[in-house]
Write a protein that binds this ligand. Structure first.
Ligand SMILES: [Zn+2]
Ligand SMILES: [Zn+2]
Length: 139
C-alpha cells in the first residue's frame, strides 16, 4: 500500500469526512485515477460529495507534493499517490491499466550532453506502451 493517509495525518492535514474519502480512494499501489474516477468512487461512499470538492482537494494534494499528476495518454490527467518514489509508467493501450515501474537505468543519465541543448533538466517522464497480459491473451 502507498501510505497516503498516514503521510497526510503525519503532516497534520485537516481531515474532514470528504477529504478522508478522497484520500482513501487514492491510497494504494498502482493507483492512477482521473479526477472523474476519484469523484465516482468517492461518491459511492459519500453520495453528497461534489465534483468541486474533489477537484479542489486533488489540487491541494498536488501542491502538497503528496500526489503527482501523471499524463500517460492524451486523455485526462491522472492522480498518483506514489509521489515519493521516482518511477515511470507502463500503460496498456487497450484497457488502460497503468503500472508503476522502475527502470534499471537512469533516464536522465541516458541523455548525452550533446542532446541537452544547454537545458537544465529537472524531470524525465518515460511511458512504456503495450498490451497487458489479459488483453494480449484475448487479442
Ligand atoms: Zn489491458
Ligand atoms: Zn505512478
Amino acid at each position: 500500500m502507498s501510505d497516503l493517509l498516514d503521510r497526510l495525518r503525519g503532516r497534520g492535514w485537516r481531515m474532514t469526512a470528504q477529504r478522508r474519502v478522497i484520500a482513501e480512494v487514492l491510497d494504494g499501489d498502482h493507483v492512477h485515477l482521473t479526477a472523474d474516477e476519484v469523484h465516482a468512487r468517492a461518491a459511492a461512499r459519500l453520495p453528497e460529495i461534489s465534483r468541486a470538492t474533489v477537484y479542489n482537494t486533488l489540487g491541494e494534494l498536488v501542491s502538497l507534493g503528496e500526489v503527482i499528476e501523471v499524463s500517460t495518454d492524451r486523455r485526462a490527467m491522472r492522480y498518483d499517490p506514489n509521489a515519493h518514489r521516482p518511477h515511470q509508467h507502463l500503460v496498456c493501450g487497450q484497457c488502460g491499466t497503468v503500472r508503476d515501474v522502475h527502470p534499471t537505468g537512469t533516464p536522465l543519465a541516458d541523455l548525452p550532453e550533446s542532446e541537452r541543448f544547454g537545458f537544465t533538466i529537472s524531470a524525465v517522464d518515460v511511458t512504456y506502451h503495450g498490451l497487458c497480459p489479459s488483453c494480449a491473451s484475448s487479442a
